[in-house]
Every structure is written in structure tokens, then in C-alpha cells.
Unconditional design. Structure first.
Length: 243
């Protein structure tokens, strides 16, 4: 893994206040430069708390925000495990993002490869034929080191010529952005919380373990935004908590 920034915050609200602050900073810069703010969202319990915090934050420029997804389980959008469905329930039903600026991954054709190609076509319509450069991409990390739906030992890790591919968790297909897209972003944030992630965080940040998350090296900035529990095994005795 190349250079990255690291922030460690107390468990609870402080971590998500900082995440909201990053969202606001990136939005302001992108809208000032290009008139719109493009974000790829993550699924999972930790991002869920970020999205809830965003609904309580005044002044976010939702009318200029364009929302995409970094990965998606291959389930219908109303399924309890749908990443889009979670964001819709928590965030989109509360804030005013124009429907024409919300781009969930399609999962209903019955053919994951076809749906991956469709989402890539959507990205081309929005960004043009150059590889998309998102203003902000949110990622998590699994206890096996996966990120988005790029799982250890799977073919998706090797995909360089597509922007969207099919990831595989056991027998379960998922749609996922590929490394070329993740690594084109202006800002990537790994948002990680909880003691169950402490071991994999240590491995990812202090060893050359060839984990999927370690191949995220964006042209822009890379930030690992951790709570104290997730950072507990890092060898950083001289680094105090922020906040």
C-alpha cells in the first residue's frame, strides 16, 4: 500500500461527525470547481450511521449531489440486504437528491454480467469515455480484507479493462466497481469502526499481505478513518485520539 492518511476518533458520534465534515469539504470543493459532487456509496452498518448523520446536517447541497454505489448485492432493490435499499430508506427518503441524480446498480435482469455492463454504460453517459474520477468514494473493509465486492482470490481482483464487474462471495454474485475506477478518485475514505475490524486494520496498514483493500491506491487522497476500537491493535502508542 502506498501513502495514506490515518485519523483515529473516539467511538460513537465523533467518528461520524468527522465523516460528515469530509463529505461537506469534498462537496464544496467539487461544486466550486465543476458544479456537481459525485459520490460512490458503501453498504454496511458503519456507513449506515454516516447516512443517518447526514440527514441531521443542514446545508448539504443535495441538489448538486450525484449518488452512485461502489458495490451491490445481487438482490432486488426492496430486499433487506440491498445497499441501495438501505440508502433509500435512511437517506433518500429524507433529503432532496433529485431522482435523476441517483444511480443504483441494476440487479433485476437475472444476469449479473449484463447488469454490470449496463452500469458501466450508465457511468459512461454521466462521465464520458474517460475512466470516472469520483469526487469521493466511501469504502469499508471486511474481516477477510475485502473492500467493495472485491474478495480475496476472486477473478474480479484482476479486472483492469472494465469499470464494473461481477464480484463473488462464495456462490453469491455481486456487482462492484473495479480498481481502475476506485484508483481514479479524488478522495477515497475507508470508514471502519468496531473491535471486530481491529485485526484486519492492523494487517492492512502494517503488513504486505496482498489484501484486496491494499490495492486501493487512488490518484487523489486515501484516508483511513477509524474509531478507537478498530485502531486498537495498531502500533501507535504515541498517537492520541483526535476529537
Amino acid at each position: 500500500m502506498q501513502g495514506f492518511q490515518l485519523e483515529i476518533w473516539p467511538e460513537g458520534a465523533a467518528l461520524f461527525r468527522r465523516a460528515v465534515e469530509i463529505w461537506q469539504e469534498q462537496a464544496a470543493a467539487a461544486i466550486r470547481q465543476r458544479g456537481r459532487f459525485t459520490v460512490a456509496l458503501a453498504g454496511g452498518n458503519t456507513p449506515r450511521k454516516l447516512y443517518a448523520a447526514l440527514t441531521q446536517t443542514p446545508g448539504i447541497p443535495w441538489q448538486q449531489t450525484w449518488l452512485f454505489w461502489g458495490d451491490e448485492r445481487y438482490v432486488p432493490p426492496d430486499h433487506p440486504e440491498s445497499n441501495y435499499g438501505m440508502v433509500r430508506r435512511i437517506l433518500l427518503e429524507t433529503v432532496g437528491v433529485p431522482a435523476s441524480q441517483v444511480f443504483p446498480m441494476p440487479t433485476q435482469a437475472g444476469d449479473p454480467l449484463r447488469d454490470a455492463a449496463e452500469y458501466e454504460a450508465t457511468l459512461r453517459r454521466v462521465f464520458g469515455n474517460e475512466c470516472p474520477a469520483f469526487d469521493l468514494i466511501w469504502l469499508g473493509v471486511g474481516e477477510d480484507g475485502h473492500t467493495a465486492s472485491l474478495f480475496p482470490g476472486t477473478a474480479a481482483l484482476q479486472v483492469q479493462h472494465r469499470w464494473v464487474t461481477v464480484g463473488q462471495k462464495g456462490e453469491e454474485p455481486r456487482l462492484t466497481l473495479t480498481y481502475p475506477v476506485l484508483n481514479q478518485a479524488a478522495q477515497v475514505v475507508f470508514l471502519v469502526a468496531g473491535a471486530s475490524k481491529a485485526e484486519i486494520v492492523k494487517k492492512a496498514l502494517t503488513t504486505e499481505a496482498h489484501l484486496p483493500c491494499q490495492s486501493v491506491n487512488p490518484k487523489g487522497r486515501l484516508l483511513w478513518l477509524l474509531d478507537a476500537a478498530a485502531a486498537a491493535e495498531l502500533p501507535l502508542p504515541a498517537v492520541g485520539l483526535l476529537g
